[in-house]
Design a protein around this ligand. Structure first.
Ligand SMILES: [Zn+2]
Length: 392
């Protein structure tokens, strides 16, 4: 197989439409075959319907930890966006590479794959692991299957580099997120006789204003971290539906809300506060009017935040290989780094080519220079891994 550089590989990866929830198997097959060409075995961890898969592979010794390079293979949809070129065909000029996923985050995966010939040329003392996931963009859904599989491994990666776009700066923190659906069941009646019913829409509105008030409460409690653009945990209601007609007291109402928490805040306590208000104040009141009244919370998705110390092992290691020796601002967006860190104890940092400013937009791009920095980092990594990683 002719050796492909990161630009050529980016072109191959972009050509697969891997919009979240659609199958990523064609792209995974491509990566598996590519790695197979270098005698690297891949392990696939599928979703329940076998339409998507995570890919995990190791180069080098399998009895010590080593370094994990991680990225998601899915991309956000292009529908409703006005692109100047085909989003699924790499378009290049002197400076920029355009295409869906160019920075988020097929650029990073392309650089990782381009480093494979170096990584397999000779014996590694420290192993390198690849972890490529699916359905990250819809709430870090796919990686959870891989994490479950990794829990059973005798040896796990020691440190993780998650190549989300940070302009190659090292990002050590991001918020966590928990999203819920809440369904209110009241009792309907003619709106001329409201005392005979229990108005689900109005009770839902009370819980919504309570959730909204939590934004002020966390600030009053001094739960502030200025490393974040919005320096506190946030609470937000995104949609609501309920009722059928103005002259009927509505018996149904549902809405969805999310909490984006500072990693240092106790998310469970905040959720408990909301649930407690719903059950002890609102539901008690609702049941005075109708015994069958109910409020049900169902989780939609969640992932933990990341709070890696600047003097931790992963930072020392990344600084030794990254041509950009800079810390970035803590990220407002979530990544898989928090999951690796919290659920597997893999000390993780977010560091990858391109900018989040271009992610999810029309004419998404990654710059040639950013790709070169990333290639450079992985070249340094290949060299480093021939030496023993003292703490692995
Ligand atoms: Zn991403």
């Amino acid at each position: 197989m002719a050796q492909l550089n990161s630009e050529q590989l980016l072109g191959r990866l972009i050509a697969y439409d891997t919009t979240s929830t659609t199958s990523n198997l064609d792209l995974i097959d491509f990566i598996r075959d590519y790695l197979d060409g270098y005698s690297i075995q891949s392990q696939l961890v599928f979703n329940d319907s076998k339409t998507c898969a995570n890919l995990y592979a190791t180069i080098g010794p399998d009895d010590i930890g080593g370094v994990m390079l991680s990225g998601h293979t899915d991309v956000v949809p292009t529908s409703g966006q006005n692109w100047n070129s085909d989003p699924y065909q790499l378009k290049t000029n002197d400076e920029l590479f355009y295409g869906r996923g160019a920075c988020d985050m097929k650029g990073f995966i392309a650089c990782v794959l381009a480093a494979v010939p170096q990584l397999t040329n000779g014996r590694l003392a420290t192993p390198i692991h690849f972890a490529f996931s699916y359905d990250e963009e819809i709430g870090c859904v796919g990686i959870k299957k891989l994490i479950d599989a990794l829990k059973g491994f005798e040896v796990k990666p020691k440190i993780g580099l998650i190549g989300e776009p940070t302009d190659m700066a090292m990002v050590v923190g991001h918020k966590g997120k928990a999203a819920f659906r809440v369904e209110f069941t009241g009792a309907s009646c003619h709106s001329a006789y409201i005392s005979g019913g229990v108005n689900a829409v109005e009770y839902a509105a009370e819980l919504i204003s309570f959730i909204r008030s939590m934004n002020t409460k966390v600030q009053q409690r001094q739960l502030i971290d200025d490393a974040y653009t919005v320096p506190h945990t946030t609470f937000h209601v995104g949609n609501i539906s309920g009722g059928t007609a103005l002259n009927i007291v509505p018996k149904q109402c549902q809405f969805e809300f999310e909490i984006r928490n500072l990693p240092q805040d106790q998310l469970d306590d905040l959720i408990h506060e909301i649930k407690h208000y719903a059950s002890d104040i609102l539901l008690t009141d609702m049941r005075q009017g109708f015994e069958g009244a109910d409020i049900q919370f169902s989780p939609i998705s969640s992932y933990p935040g990341l709070n890696t110390a600047r003097d931790s092992e992963v930072i020392a290691y990344t600084r030794s290989i990254n041509p950009i020796d800079e810390f970035g601002n803590n990220a407002s967006f979530g990544t898989e780094a928090g999951l690796f860190d919290q659920l597997l104890g893999i000390n993780s940092v977010v560091c990858g080519p391109g900018s989040i400013d271009q992610a999810h937009k029309a004419d998404e791009f990654v710059s040639r220079q950013q790709m070169q920095y990333c290639d450079q980092m992985l070249e340094n990594l290949s060299r480093q891994c021939r030496n023993t990683f003292s703490t692995a």
